[in-house]
Design a protein around this ligand. Sequence first.
Ligand SMILES: Cc1cc2nc3c(=O)[nH]c(=O)nc-3n(C[C@H](O)[C@H](O)[C@H](O)COP(=O)(O)OP(=O)(O)OC[C@H]3O[C@@H](n4cnc5c(N)ncnc54)[C@H](O)[C@@H]3O)c2cc1C
Length: 222
Amino acid sequence: MPAYDDGTLNAAGKNVVVIGGGDTAMDCVRTAIRQNAKSVKCIYRRDRENMPGSLREVTHAEEEGVDFIWLAGPRALLSDGTTKGVGHVASLRATRMRLGLPDSSGRQAPEVMADSEFTLKADLVIKALGFDPEDIPSLFNAPDLKVSRWGTISTDFNTQMTNMDGVFAVGDIVRGASLVVWAIRDGRDAAKSIETYLESKIARDAPNSQENIPAPAEAFCT
Ligand SMILES: Cc1cc2nc3c(=O)[nH]c(=O)nc-3n(C[C@H](O)[C@H](O)[C@H](O)COP(=O)(O)OP(=O)(O)OC[C@H]3O[C@@H](n4cnc5c(N)ncnc54)[C@H](O)[C@@H]3O)c2cc1C
C-alpha cells in the first residue's frame, strides 16, 4: 500500500493513539505493536466492563504492551505546527468521562467530567469508531435503488434481489458492519438465487428470442 510504504500508515517509531473499544480498535492496537510503534494507547469512553470488543482481545493487547485509558473521550487533535508542518498531529486532547444513567438502549451513557482535560502525545491517531454506509444510490448512479433507514441496500429476504430487476446485493452493504461468515453464507445463497433468476428469465424469453433469430437454413438459403 502506498500509504504504508511512504510511512503515513506505518506505526514504526510512532506514539500511536487508537480511539474506540471494539474489535477493530483491538486489531489496530495489536497491529501497531507488530509494526514496532514507540507507544500504543487505546482510549475508550466507557470502562473495561462496558466495552463492545472482546475482553480476551484486551487481555492479549495488554500482554503485548498496549496501555488502555478507560473512561476517556477525545476532544481535539492538536498540531504543534513546527516539527512536521501544520496539519500533522502532535497530540490528542481528551477528557475524563463517567458513566451516567442508562440511555434508551439500556446502556449507561458516558458523560464528560468537568475540568478533566488531559493531553496525550500522538504521532498517529486512528479512529476505530465504526462506519456508516455512504449515499449508495448516488455512488452507484442508481437513484431508484431502495435503501434502508440506515442507508444499507434493501433486498428481498428470500432472493437477495434489490428492487432493481436482476441486481442482487449481499454482505455488509446489506447487513451493515457484520462478519465474514455471514458474507460467505449470503454470497452462496445469492449465487443460487441468481441461477434460478437466470434460468427462469431464459425460459421466459426463449420463445420470443427464437422468433427473432433466423434459423441457419433460412439465413443462408436466399
Ligand atoms: C478492521 C476490521 C476488522 C474486522 N475483523 C473481522 C473479524 O475478525 N472477523 C470477521 O468475521 N469479520 C471482521 N470484519 C468484518 C468483515 O471484514 C466484513 O463483515 C466482511 O469483509 C464483509 O464482506 P463483504 O463481501 O460484504 O464486503 P467487503 O469485504 O468490504 O468487500 C467489498 C468489496 O467490494 C469492493 N468495492 C467497493 N465498491 C466497489 C465498486 N463500486 N465497484 C467494484 N468493487 C467495489 C471493495 O473494494 C471490496 O473489495 C472486520 C472488519 C473490519 C473493517
